[in-house]
Write a protein that binds this ligand. Structure first.
Ligand SMILES: Cc1cc2nc3c(=O)[nH]c(=O)nc-3n(C[C@H](O)[C@H](O)[C@H](O)COP(=O)(O)OP(=O)(O)OC[C@H]3O[C@@H](n4cnc5c(N)ncnc54)[C@H](O)[C@@H]3O)c2cc1C
Length: 515
């Protein structure tokens, strides 16, 4: 297999050049190697298989790799740690691209006093957590539910966590980027050599570029500045259970004003009964294979885990006296409402660590939900954004739930409440060894996107297979945003070497590929 449009002879020459640049042992071309960079959750791993992977160790090696890619017109797909499960893992949109694996770049520079860090792409959440612990630095991470990935990679894909710093892209402060022609730029105050303000002041001078490199293919990020949360004196909150599907509407309406006003500082995630069961049990415990999860199965799951139809945890961070008052205030907002259960959570410095994402501890156990059906499991993420309004949330749930039933899939979703919107995060679980189920996944996903689009909602992030589809739903003025993105792409990357097809953005030479 070679890179697309590249003859085997030219491809072999390019590989020699890559070997000279990064060391032969860091150029991976065998069948096994390439499969290691396929999407482990993909319905069809062949359609996004890379032709090779290379793993540079320094910014100079990245620059040289990009120059070589230009010389031989070979597309590179940058990944930080490549754990983007549900969205494509390490695999490229364009089959045959070479994966640019940055996981060997692992430098960490913490500014403990100012609460910032500068990380290279290979720094995982566990690496940074260990670094803070080992050096007794009182700063907390915000981690995703699967924390196996990269601090930088997750932020660049606009990943989310569960503390007040959970909007990771919003906490980026200053990037170092290798542009598609090999030039090296630092954004924000980093544009001044030796500036002490690179991680302190986001805008810089003139246009700000940080968000231009999120979910884009305009460059390869080699360093990322991020704000970290000063360790709070306490974390307090409430764990709620609600009995009926319809409760979603009023729960959203009670929480949304407190979220907008900043009384609730993090994004509460209202999730259904399958969240716990999918991680801790197998489906066959609840229902015979091939049968739908009926009301009695749902009832049994809820009983075992002592949960409602919906559950949500709200957490407050800061001094004890402020948190105690906030918890009282939140409780009062639910007074007179039909709440199935409301349990207080309280952690104060000195207590044993809670060890969960709400206290910034990295975890991997949610990955166990890939085993829900048995077989080679996986999921595809479907995450449309909608206004933070109860009636709209309820309708979104009802329409989507009906589609899950129509396509014979198990409803697994949450509504994460941002300051002004809800993100309806669905993990569509499946068994890759079940051809009948896999035959339904693509149509189901397209039906979900069409349904959202009819309501003028679209996804905030999507799987590599659907990047064109989702880009096509952003249709104001005949897709003016896509035209703008592609004008920028052509100006910065005339040879189209960085991540063709990412977020639906194709270089001119490959634009006819758009599906
Ligand atoms: C059970 C489960 C739970 C999950 N929970 C969450 C969650 O709560 N929150 C969440 O956000 N995600 C979640 N995920 C999705 C995913 O696992 C994480 O987001 C993970 O952190 C992404 O992988 P990564 O950090 O290694 O990023 P990567 O895979 O390295 O990068 C993500 C994408 O960003 C781009 N990119 C990466 N690095 C660069 C770079 N240096 N320059 C330019 N572009 C780059 C690439 O296009 C890449 O495909 C979950 C997944 C599973 C399976």
């Amino acid at each position: 297999m070679t890179a697309p449009g590249v003859s085997p002879r030219v491809f072999a020459r390019a590989l020699s050049a890559f070997r000279a640049a990064v060391g032969a042992q860091h150029v991976f071309t065998s069948e096994d190697d390439r499969l290691a960079y396929a999407d482990p959750y993909s319905p069809d791993e062949q359609s996004h298989l890379p032709s090779a992977a290379i793993a540079p160790a320094s910014v100079e090696e990245v620059r040289e790799a990009v120059r070589i890619a230009n010389r031989y017109r070979i597309p590179l797909w940058p990944i930080s740690r490549g754990k983007n499960y549900g969205y494509g893992g390490p695999a490229p949109v364009l089959r045959g691209s070479i994966v640019l694996d940055l996981s060997r770049m692992k430098k960490i520079e913490v500014d403990a006093e100012n609460g910032t860090v500068l990380v290279e792409p290979g720094v995982g959440f566990f690496d940074l957590y260990d670094h803070l612990q080992a050096n007794n630095i009182p700063l907390w991470l915000s981690v995703p539910g699967n924390s196996w990935g990269s601090v930088a990679g997750n932020a660049l894909d606009r990943g989310v966590g569960y503390t007040p710093y959970g909007d990771h892209a919003a906490r980026i402060c200053g990037l170092e980027v290798v542009l598609p022609d090999g030039d090296l730029v630092r954004t924000g105050m980093g544009a001044m050599d030796g500036s002490p303000n690179w991680q302190l002041y986001r805008p810089g001078y003139g246009p700000s570029w940080d968000s231009m490199f999120c979910q884009s293919n305009f460059g390869v990020v080699t360093k990322l500045g991020l704000w970290l949360m000063p360790a709070p004196e306490s974390v307090m909150g409430l764990d709620f259970e609600f009995d009926k599907p319809e409760d979603l509407g009023w729960v959203v309406d009670v929480l949304a004003p407190m979220r907008r006003e900043g009384i609730i500082q993090q994004s509460p995630s209202i999730g259904n009964w399958l969240r716990a069961a999918a991680v801790l049990t197998r489906r066959e415990e609840w229902v015979e294979p091939g049968r739908p999860l009926n009301d009695s199965a749902i009832e049994a799951i809820r009983k075992r885990f002592e949960i409602g139809w919906w559950s949500v945890s709200v957490r407050c961070y800061g001094p004890v006296e402020i948190n105690e008052a906030t918890v009282r205030f939140i409780k009062r907002a639910f007074r007179g409402r039909s709440v199935l259960a409301m349990n207080e959570a309280r952690w104060v410095q000195g207590d044993p660590p809670e060890g969960s994402p709400v206290t910034g501890t990295p975890i991997t156990f949610p990955l166990a939900n890939a085993n829900w059906f048995g077989g080679r499991g996986g999921h595809i993420g479907y995450s449309p954004v909608l206004p933070s309004k109860g009636d709209l949330a309820l309708r979104q749930f009802q329409r989507t739930y009906a589609l899950y039933q129509q396509y014979g899939m198990d409803y697994h979703a949450s509504f994460a409440m941002g300051e002004r919107c809800l993100t309806n995060v669905n993990q569509v679980l499946y068994d890759r060894d079940d051809p009948d189920m896999m035959g339904r996944v693509d149509q189901f996903f397209r039906a979900l996107v069409a349904d959202a689009s009819e309501n003028r909602y679209s996804e905030y992030r999507t799987h590599i297979e659907y990047m064109d589809l989702v880009a096509s739903t952003y249709d104001f003025n005949r897709h003016a945003l896509l035209r703008l993105n592609e004008r920028v792409k052509d100006a910065l990357d005339p040879n189209g070497v960085i991540a063709p097809g990412k977020s639906g953005i194709w270089p001119a030479s490959r634009r006819r590929r758009r599906r």
